[in-house]
Design a protein around this ligand. Structure first.
Ligand code: TXA
Ligand code: MG
Length: 315
């Protein structure tokens, strides 16, 4: 586990333009100083990320966020409610702000988040700069929820990895966009639609907007979170060449099983999802992963979103 000294070293590495992988309450991020264009370019290179896919910028609090984005009264109310925590908001970039253009992939918006993890907060504090950080996995692959996942996925990238143990939530942040004509859900995540509804009564689904607008979250590609093995959803039986991702009592006869939640608890399933996929993917002798049905409610929306992309035809 990272100690105070490790965090100080990581903060120094960030200030020098290096890359640091660090835990948040959602998943591990691959961080760089968001004001340093070369450092941000290093993130894209290490992940093999398409340059059209913008990055989330992590800051310590709302006041820091206001240096980089135009925060309306409505947005402020939402953020005071959910920050620190697993909510990312896409807002207009402040003209002339210090952020590298690449964090916005050349666009005029920026995605911002204040992470709740104490290690991430200390790192932000010591580094003294905003930290651009996508999930710390090769582009298109399964997100990391442990330091070991980061090391396995990005072994040669010269990245300093801060180990903060397994991520508590295990699923990425919920992303919303707020504009003058309302709020749109760009990515389901750790904050559920029910929780959002308490503060944002009318939230549109990005799926509903898609046919009329350019892709609102450019990273929400069909195939993503892809394990090496293929993925089959809503499995009611297990074939001989399949490993099983179980939710509730496992289908009888399955030999290799990863359990999301024996008791059918969605928070437990979210916490375990990526770890379970990583684990099944490392086993040999199987061709695919059969996934038992998961209810499409609460955190189940975000879990099913990730599984749908894991199962999508690969590009
Ligand atoms: O929980 C999380 O959000 C984690 C931790 C590390 O904070 N980060 C994360 O980053 O999931 P990433 O890059 O894997 O996913 C960010 C998503 C991508 O789909 C990207 O396209 C979208 O956010 N995004 C970033 N900036 C955007 C912007 N300005 N407008 C629209 N979408 C944006
Ligand atoms: Mg990601």
């Amino acid at each position: 586990m990272a100690d105070r000294e490790g965090i100080s070293r990581a903060a120094a590495r960030l200030r020098e333009g290096g890359l640091v992988a660090f835990p948040t309450e959602t998943v591990y991020g691959l961080g760089a100083d968001a004001t340093n264009a070369d450092a941000v370019a290093g993130i894209y290179a290490a992940k093999g990320r398409p340059s059209a896919n913008p990055l989330i910028v992590h800051v310590g609090n709302l006041e820091q966020a206001a240096r980089y984005a135009e925060i309306s009264t409505v947005a402020r109310r939402v953020l005071e409610h959910f920050w620190p925590g697993p909510l990312t908001i896409v807002l207009p970039r402040k003209a002339g702000c210090a952020l590298a253009q690449a964090v916005s992939a050349g666009g005029d918006t920026v995605a911002l988040r204040v992470p709740a993890h104490p290690l991430a907060q200390t790192l932000l504090d010591e580094a003294g700069c905003p930290i651009a950080a996508p999930s710390a996995n090769p582009s298109g692959r399964i997100s990391p929820t442990t330091a070991q996942h980061v090391l396995n996925g990005l072994p040669d990238a010269g990245i300093l990895i801060l180990d903060g143990g397994p991520c508590v939530n295990g699923l990425e942040s919920t992303i919303i966009q707020l504009t003058n004509d309302g709020a749109t859900l760009l990515r389901p995540g750790g904050i559920t639609p029910t929780e959002l509804a308490a503060v944002i009564p009318k939230l549109r689904d990005a799926e509903a907007v898609k046919p009329h607008a350019p892709l609102p979250a450019p990273g929400m590609l069909e195939s993503h979170y892809a394990p090496r093995l293929s993925v089959r959803l809503n499995a009611m039986e297990v074939r001989p060449d399949e490993a099983l991702l179980a939710f509730g009592p496992a289908i009888p006869g399955a030999v290799r099983v990863a359990q999301l939640s024996e008791g059918g608890d969605l928070a437990e399933a979210a916490h375990r999802l990526f770890s379970a996929l990583h684990a099944l993917d490392e086993g040999s002798g199987y061709a695919s992963i059969a996934v038992m049905p998961i209810p499409q409610e609460g955190l189940g929306l975000a879990i099913n979103d990730r599984l749908k992309r894991a199962a999508a035809p690969r590009q």
